[in-house]
Design a protein around this ligand. Structure first.
Ligand code: SF4
Length: 426
């Protein structure tokens, strides 16, 4: 199947065979204060499926045979899935990457959106998704694009390793699968940059396979539904097993998206709107009286601090001196204003200034730039030098005029440096 075929609307198909059951540990579900009927009974009244008869025959949950012993029994899991799907049919979010009219999602759209949505909000992703699709409408187009262009289009979304993975994955889909994403969770997982969550999301949403993606929203809903007391991240495998046990064979993609939507709109982090929730009746977190305490989190340590000096050289014509970061490591191959290494204490400028600043010299600007990365918090001093328009760039560096900033793959931290130095066009 070529990519053009994949982009065409594809009707939903019923899955033929159940997925292999997940291996799960005995569950640790908080029984205290729970209403007995909350987990044992199939009585799910919050949705428009009140009184639905749930049997394992057609709408039974995947993995039911090996579901954790204290998870919902098959009938209750089926009722939970039915209630969620009924709610989803009425209240689903309209998102640019979602297929409408009961169609399956386009695998490329699902892939693109899921990679962008990692660590980024739906609101922030929307314009990037639309721009990527307009520029590279098919996975083959993305695979043929130069990496620098992809990094540049990604600039501002952060976590740039995702853009490199996106590109590498698009290439692999073309090289290994002829430009069509494989309809198989294991084969998806074997692609570069696709982890268990993304593989399960594509399998479920684009191919309607009974896979169980667990993102932050689903993690929150499931941990509340079962009042999981074990703190994150240790409880992740247990929560995944509970989510898998709930996943129905019928409409697993809609079930996954329904759980995502429920977590984003009703079962929100601070104030879950339990009165509006279709899973209110069987929810143990709600029954225990304080659902917002789930998921329980392990106490966080402080992020280590690093510091450095960024050397902002500005020519009289407005051009700024930049260079490209190394091929591997943090912000690999992104553009940057030259700086000292980022280390535990404020380093001395030493020999790190990229060029001599002439008679006026380098001057430290007041204030600092702060930026938080996944594993550390960075504080940068910004030293500026103003130079004649004829100044040549030292080896490994280049002058970039403000009108060309948009073509540079500039990470957020470097945009902050330019803004701090009051560079026009930053
Ligand atoms: S905590 Fe409230 S909003 Fe969340 S799943 Fe339970 S009942 Fe629904």
């Amino acid at each position: 199947m070529d990519d053009a075929t994949l982009s065409a609307p594809r009707p939903r198909k019923k899955t033929a065979a159940p997925a292999a059951p997940a291996k799960v540990k005995p569950a640790k579900v908080k029984p205290a204060n729970a209403k007995p009927e909350a987990v044992a009974g199939p009585k799910v009244t919050g949705a428009k499926v009140t009184g639905a008869k749930m049997t394992r025959a057609k709408r039974g949950p995947a993995h039911a045979e090996t579901a954790p012993e204290s998870a919902a029994p098959a009938s209750a899991a089926g009722a939970i899935a039915a209630a969620l799907l009924a709610w989803y049919d009425c209240h689903r979010r309209r998102l640019p990457w979602r297929a409408e009219g009961g169609r399956l999602g386009d695998p490329y759209h699902v892939f693109l959106s899921e990679i962008m949505l990692q660590q980024t909000t739906v609101k922030a992703v929307g314009p990037y998704f639309t721009a990527f699709l307009a520029r590279w409408p098919r996975v083959a187009d993305l695979s043929a694009a130069p990496l620098e262009e992809v990094l540049s289009a990604w600039a501002g979304l952060g976590y740039y390793a995702r853009a490199r993975n996106l590109h590498a994955c698009a290439k692999a889909v073309v090289e290994r699968h002829g430009g069509a994403f494989p309809a198989d969770e294991a084969a998806l997982l074997a692609l570069p940059g696709i982890g268990p969550y993304t593989a399960a999301a594509i399998a479920a949403i684009a191919f309607d396979l009974p896979a169980s993606p667990v993102d932050g929203n689903i993690e929150r809903v499931v941990s509340r539904l079962y009042a999981v007391d074990e703190p994150l991240p240790k409880s992740k495998p247990h929560i995944k097993a509970l989510a898998a046990a709930l996943t129905p064979h019928d409409r697993p993609g809609d079930f996954a998206q329904g759980m995502m939507d429920l977590g984003a709109t009703i079962c929100t982090p601070r104030s879950p709107a339990c009165v509006l929730c279709p899973l209110s009746a069987p929810c143990l977190g709600r029954a225990a009286g304080d659902p917002a305490r789930y998921p329980v989190k392990a106490a966080k340590g402080e992020k280590p601090a690093r510091a450095g000096i960024a050397f902002l050289a500005v020519r009289a014509d407005g051009a700024v001196l930049m260079r490209t970061r190394p091929e591997k490591g943090l912000l690999a191959q992104m553009s940057e204003v030259p700086s000292t290494p980022w280390s535990a204490g404020v380093p001395s400028p030493g020999d790190h200034a990229p060029l001599s600043a002439g008679t006026k010299g380098w001057r430290a600007l007041p204030g600092r730039v702060s930026h938080v990365f996944t594993h550390f918090a960075l504080e940068l001093e910004v030293w500026r030098a103003d130079l004649p328009a004829t100044t040549a760039a030292p080896a490994g560096h280049r002058w970039v005029l403000p009108r060309d900033f948009a073509r540079e793959a500039l990470p957020s931290v470097m945009r902050k440096v330019l803004a701090h130095g009051r560079v026009p066009g930053a």
